[in-house]
Design a protein around this ligand. Structure first.
Ligand SMILES: O=P(O)(O)OC[C@H]1O[C@@H](O)[C@H](O)[C@@H](O)[C@@H]1O
Length: 216
């Protein structure tokens, strides 16, 4: 049995520049930091509270403050990205073909539930996924494996039978830590950023890629 687990941001939708812009405003304008675009990009993975701790150190904000900063950041992201909201090229067809072929599919994302709902419901694709694991469903997010082991368990498939679709190195590392191979969408990071990882099956620009199409 084979199963597909999709990361959401940057993998299903090409939205990481919008996350980066929203993080940069919160980190620099709201919180007085002085982070470069590259620093934001390299630290922008995992749960929002984990990003804030990586940038500002632990103990600087209470959980309530981090929740508020997170909501503020996600509101900006949704407001600015909605006019561009679309699946990556070829993904609509790939999801439909995989669904017809009976391949179980899940989402393993570091995003909060409201951001996942924003994508799935605006694009009417929720019915393809038998399991959805968000930031709220795991103790530690990527590169911890739980964002992928949990959806695999909910689908009832073994880790070695799952293929993860990801776009960031820390997500691919989470797949490796879960015992899973990954296909990388190069929306966000160049191929060389994944050099340290030995679980990458393939790099593709989008889902019209021949290797990806042949997975179904
Ligand atoms: O795990 P996913 O779906 O790529 O989501 C990751 C992103 O989710 C966003 O909500 C966070 O604010 C980002 O910092 C994070 O990188």
């Amino acid at each position: 049995m084979k199963a597909f687990i999709f990361d959401l941001n940057g993998t299903m939708v090409n939205d990481m520049p919008y996350h980066a812009a929203a993080w940069k405003r919160v980190a620099n304008e709201v919180l007085g930091g002085n982070f470069t675009d590259e620093q934001i990009k390299q630290n922008m993975y995992g749960k929002n509270a984990e990003v804030l701790v990586r940038l500002f150190g632990s103990g600087k904000f209470s959980p309530e403050e981090m929740d508020k900063l997170s909501e503020d950041k996600e509101e900006q992201y949704r407001r600015e990205f909605i006019s561009e909201l679309a699946l990556l090229p070829g993904l609509a067809e790939f999801l439909e073909r995989a669904h017809q072929a009976g391949i179980p599919m899940a989402i393993g994302s570091a995003a909060i539930p409201s951001n996942i709902d924003f994508v799935l419901d605006n694009l009417n694709i929720r019915h393809y996924f038998k399991a959805i694991v968000s930031a709220h469903d795991v103790t530690h997010s990527k590169p911890d494996p739980e964002s992928f082991t949990k959806p695999a368990a909910l689908l009832g498939v073994k880790p070695e039978d799952c293929i993860v679709f990801e776009d960031v190195p820390k997500g691919a590392e989470a797949a490796r830590n879960a015992g899973m191979k990954a296909v990388i969408l190069t929306t966000t990071h160049p191929v060389e950023d994944f050099d340290a990882l030995d679980n990458i099956l393939h790099f593709a620009g989008d889902f019209n890629d021949d290797y990806i199409k042949a997975l179904v």
